[in-house]
Ligand binder design. Structure first.
Ligand SMILES: *Cc1c(COP(=O)(O)O)cnc(C)c1O
Length: 378
C-alpha cells in the first residue's frame, strides 16, 4: 500500500468499543486475566504492551516497510536502547555531526559501561573504513545530518556494516520514510525521534526503533530493554503520535518544497554567507541525495557574516518564525544552534537552523528578509 494509505490504516485491526472509527485511548495499566491464567487479548500490564502502543508500533513498522517496531518515551530513549543492546567492549561508529544528544550519551554515559565509540565523517567512506576496528559492532548514520546537512551514502554504509558483521542503524528522523527508505538500502534498524515530523505538532515526545527483519536477535534485546527498562510512551502519547502520522504524507512533501524555495531565497540573499541544504546543486551531497531521497526535506541551516552574536540577532529579529529548538512541527522554528549544543559543539557559531513549517512560503521569506535587514543594522 501507498504510505498515504498506511498512515491512515497501518495499525491494522484494533479493539474498538461500540464501533468507534478512531481508536479509543486505553488508560488501563492492567488487563483481565482468565481463570486458567491466560490473557486472551494478549495484554497483561501496560509497560509490557497496551492497545495504543501496539497500534502505533504496527503502523510505524508498516510505514517504514519493516517487520516490527518498539516505541519509547523519547527519541533519546530509543537511541539508548539501541546502545544498551550492545555488550561491554563493543565499538560503535557514529557520525561526527550526529544529533548532539546521541553524542553526549556516548561520551558521558557509555564509557562507564565499557562501550567504545569513535566519531567519523560518514560522508567520507575512506575515513569510515579506517575507523573500523575488529570489535566494531554497530554503525550509526544520520542523513541528512543535523545541523550540517551532510549526506551519507546509505547503500555503501549498509554494505560495509554487513561485511564486518556489524548492525547498521539509520536515524531517519530528518528525512522520514516519505523521503528516504533506509531498509531498501539494506539497513537493519531505523530509529526516529517521533517528537519531530512523525508527530509533527510539537506536543508529544517519543521515539521508535524499527527492525527490517523478523529474525533479528538485536531487536529481541531492544524489546527486552523496552519492557524491562520501562522507558515507554503513555497510551495518550501513542494516540497523539498515531494521529500525527495520519497527515505526515501531506506535511513532509509540503515542508520539503517550501524549504527548497527558502534555501534558494537565502542563497541569493546578500546578508547570508552560506546555505546548507542538499537540494542546492552547490551542496557537496546533492547528487547523492538526488539518488537516495525523494526530495531534500524541511530542515536547512545557514550562516550569516560574523559570529554567534550576529546569528542570535537574526533570530531575535524574526517576528513570525518562532525562536525555539526542535524541528518537524507545523510551525517554523529558528535557532542559533551552537549555544543549544553546549561546549562540545562543532557547529559554527554563526549558524542558524531553520525548521520549515506549513505557513505560506511568501510570509516566511518576508520574515527572514526583514530579520536579516534588521540584524545588520544593529
Ligand atoms: C530530536 C532528535 C533526537 C532525540 O529525540 P528526542 O525525542 O528529543 O529525545 C534524535 N535524533 C535526531 C535526529 C533528532 O532530531
Amino acid at each position: 500500500m501507498d504510505p498515504k494509505t498506511i498512515a491512515i490504516h497501518g495499525e491494522g485491526k484494533v479493539h474498538l468499543l461500540g464501533g468507534a472509527i478512531t481508536p479509543p485511548i486505553q488508560l488501563s495499566t492492567t488487563f483481565d486475566r482468565e481463570g486458567d491464567g491466560s490473557y486472551p487479548l494478549g495484554f497483561s500490564y501496560s509497560r509490557r504492551n497496551n492497545p495504543n502502543r501496539d497500534a502505533l508500533e504496527e503502523a510505524l513498522a508498516a510505514f517504514e516497510g519493516g517487520f516490527e517496531a518498539a516505541c519509547f518515551a523519547s527519541g533519546t530513549a530509543a537511541t539508548m536502547a539501541v546502545m544498551q543492546a550492545l555488550a561491554t567492549g563493543d565499538h560503535v561508529l557514529v557520525p561526527e555531526d550526529s544529533y548532539y544528544g546521541s553524542r553526549a550519551m556516548l561520551r558521558e554515559i557509555f564509557p562507564r559501561w565499557g562501550l567504545q565509540c569513535d566519531l567519523v565523517d560518514m560522508a567520507d567512506e575512506i575515513a569510515v573504513e579506517r575507523a573500523l576496528k575488529p570489535n566494531t559492532k554497530l554503525i550509526w548514520v544520520e542523513t541528512p545530518s543535523n545541523p550540517m546537512m551532510r549526506i551519507t551514502n546509505l547503500r555503501n554504509i549498509a554494505l560495509l556494516a554487513r561485511q564486518i558483521g556489524a548492525v547498521s542503524v539509520a536515524d531517519n528522523t530528518v528525512a522520514t520514510a516519505l523521503l528516504q527508505r533506509p531498509f531498501e538500502f539494506g539497513f537493519d534498524l531505523i530509529v526516529h525521534s517521533t517528537t519531530k515530523y512523525i508527530n509533527g505538532h510539537s506536543d508529544v515526545l517519543g521515539g521508535v526503533v524499527i527492525a527490517r527483519e523478523k529474525t533479528n536477535p538485536y531487536m529481541e534485546r531492544i524489546r527486552q530493554i523496552q519492557i524491562h527498562g520501562g522507558a515507554v510512551p503513555s497510551p495518550f502519547d501513542c494516540w497523539l503520535t498515531l494521529r500525527g502520522l495520519r497527515t505526515l504524507p501531506y506535511r513532509v512533501p509540503a515542508q520539503s518544497a517550501a524549504a527548497a524555495q527558502i534555501a534558494a531565497f537565502l542563497s541569493s540573499h546578500p546578508r547570508v554567507e552560506k546555505v546548507y541544504y542538499a537540494g542546492l546543486p552547490s551542496h557537496p551531497g546533492h547528487v547523492l541525495a538526488r539518488q537516495q531521497m525523494q526530495s531534500y526535506g524541511g530542515l536547512l541551516s545557514f550562516t550569516v557574516p560574523g559570529g554567534q552574536k550576529d546569528a542570535l540577532a537574526v533570530a531575535a529579529a524574526c517576528r513570525l518564525i518562532r525562536r525555539a529548538t526542535s524541528l518537524g512541527g507545523v510551525e517554523s522554528l529558528i535557532e542559533q544552534r551552537s549555544s543549544m549544543e553546549g561546549p562540545e559543539t562543532t557547529t559554527p557559531p554563526n549558524l542558524l537552523r531553520l525548521s520549515v513549517g506549513l505557513e505560506a512560503v511568501s510570509d516566511l521569506t518576508q520574515d527572514l528578509n526583514q530579520a536579516l535587514g534588521m540584524a545588520c543594522q544593529l
